[in-house]
Design a protein around this ligand. Structure first.
Ligand SMILES: [Zn+2]
Length: 486
């Protein structure tokens, strides 16, 4: 997050048009080049499935799948991998012809298990020694995985569902090659997002209980899957992944996963170079120009408050006072580190707690913080409660939590600077792509206010939390009230 070096004039009319749409249905901010899914969010579900926490990974008691694997030692990781490949293959046996004009799905030609600590094997002309990876090689139609380092590390860090996620994604690459959706010139970003989307389609099948060996819960299970997608990267040099910078942000990847999960595999085929490029040129532009941190200081808190006031100004809301202490609020629980008091229309900020959250994650792993944007998004979330209060909306319950995430997303989307003139950024604050990822990480965590109601009660499943934020980010305020009404 950073400040724009020059004051940008708000293009006449744009903010007013956006803001007045808050309560109107069927009115949305026109944003060219931002693909929007046919989302029909339901407040208490995960893309229409019941939201629940529960175990994810291999189903207990399922008979091990049998598939020939070159180099397998039949250990735990290989068993999990084979069960996964068998289930994903089974899924595509039906889904592939349904999606691609009745064409039958050709099984993956070769599966290879290797131990990167100790192998002299080569796949795709590459030495596997020292390559902690899992990948698809289109030339020999091979899926290979490192059972020695990479998959065990993921399993130990995230649980059994992590290797499943990686392999479903790699088979997504096999699907896109079979369907002719990619060739040598396809940018990595496009093929990555398609593969994430295809993985999402499989995970819906698993979440519905239809996969014979693999299960995933729609609450903490999918939270983990989306966390893994944010974490993993393909190694360069395979399936054309030449540019290590071009893998997309966590926000891109999780969005693509959600498209596949919510709308099915035909949505994935619509992820094209054009649709992705329109988004990514913006991201690259901001990254060069605007990447910076905004330390949690009183001055910057005031700048964020001004930005929020400007973005929501034309809704006719009564702007809350933002104060730097935790003043008590009669008849209401306070939330940490920021709380909203309806009675006094005040947002109170506790600086130490907010600074904790603003600490950057170390080496991509979370320490105690998520980064500056995640911290300011907590402030924004409490601030949008004042917007909702003025609009006569309820501040309690899951609908309020999702509306809050959506409005925080809408605010973030209006801080985006766009070289093509498709967006009209509001105020002086700007966000960078890493900022959005901080927001996604916080939304997938269990301690964020971004998708929480007045009492700090967070919407239970991470999927709808991220989805609501994304819808606001991409489409502006208007769906926040219409989709998450009541
Ligand atoms: Zn990939």
């Amino acid at each position: 997050m950073g400040r724009s070096s020059t004051t940008r004039r708000l293009l006449a009319g744009s903010a007013a048009a956006v803001a007045l749409c808050l309560l109107a249905t069927g009115c949305s901010r026109p944003v060219d080049g931002i693909p929007t899914a046919n989302d029909e969010p339901k407040v208490d579900t995960v893309a229409g499935l019941p939201a629940s926490d529960g175990p994810s990974g291999r189903k207990p008691g399922a008979t091990d799948a049998k598939l020939p694997v070159v180099g397998s030692t039949g250990g735990e990781i290989d068993t999990l991998a084979v069960d996964t490949v068998a289930d994903v293959r089974e899924y595509w046996k039906t889904a592939y012809p349904d999606t691609f004009d009745g064409t039958a799905f050709r099984p993956i030609a070769r599966l290879v298990s290797y131990d990167s600590r100790n192998t002299d094997r080569r796949v795709c002309g590459q030495r596997l020694a020292g390559s902690a990876n899992a990948f698809y090689c289109p030339r020999s139609d091979t899926i290979a995985w490192d059972r020695g380092v990479m998959l065990p590390k993921l399993r130990n860090t995230f649980g059994q569902i992590a290797p499943v996620t990686v392999l479903a994604h790699e088979i997504g690459h096999a699907v896109q090659h079979r369907a002719g959706l990619v060739d040598e010139d396809t940018p990595t970003l496009v093929s990555e997002q398609q593969a994430d989307c295809f993985a999402g389609a499989f995970f819906r099948h698993a979440a519905e209980g239809s996969a014979p060996h693999i299960r995933v819960s729609t609450g903490n299970g999918l939270n983990t899957v989306m966390g893994v997608l944010s974490y993993i990267r393909d190694a360069p040099g395979r399936t054309g992944f030449a540019d290590p910078q071009a893998h997309g942000t966590a926000f891109d990847r999780v969005s693509a996963f959600q498209y596949g999960f919510s709308d099915g595999p035909s949505r994935c085929a619509e992820i094209t170079e054009k649709s992705v490029a329109e988004r990514t040129t913006q991201f690259r532009f901001w990254k060069d120009k605007q990447e910076s941190d905004l330390p949690v200081e009183p001055d910057n808190i005031r700048a964020v408050a001004r930005s929020l006031r400007k973005v929501f100004g034309d809704t006719g809301f009564a702007p809350p006072r933002v104060i730097l202490d935790s003043r008590s609020c009669a008849g209401a629980e306070s939330t940490e580190p920021v709380s909203y008091c309806v009675e006094t229309n005040t947002v109170s900020v506790r600086l130490p707690g907010l600074r904790e959250l603003a600490r950057p994650p170390a080496n991509g792993e979370r320490s105690s913080g998520y980064g500056d944007f995640a911290a300011y998004a907590q402030l924004a979330s409490r601030y949008t409660l004042a917007v909702q209060e003025s609009a006569g909306l309820s501040l309690r319950g899951d609908a309020a939590g999702l509306r809050t995430a959506c409005l925080v997303g809408a605010w973030s989307g209006l801080l985006v600077e766009d070289p093509l003139g498709q967006r009209n950024p509001v105020g002086k604050l700007r966000i960078a792509p890493g900022d959005v990822d901080e927001g996604v990480a916080a939304l997938l965590g269990d301690d964020s206010l971004i998708a929480a109601d007045l009492t700090g009660s967070q919407v239970p499943a991470g999927f709808p939390r991220v989805e609501a934020f994304r819808i606001g980010f991409q489409q502006g305020m208007s769906p926040c009230a219409s989709e998450y009404g009541a």
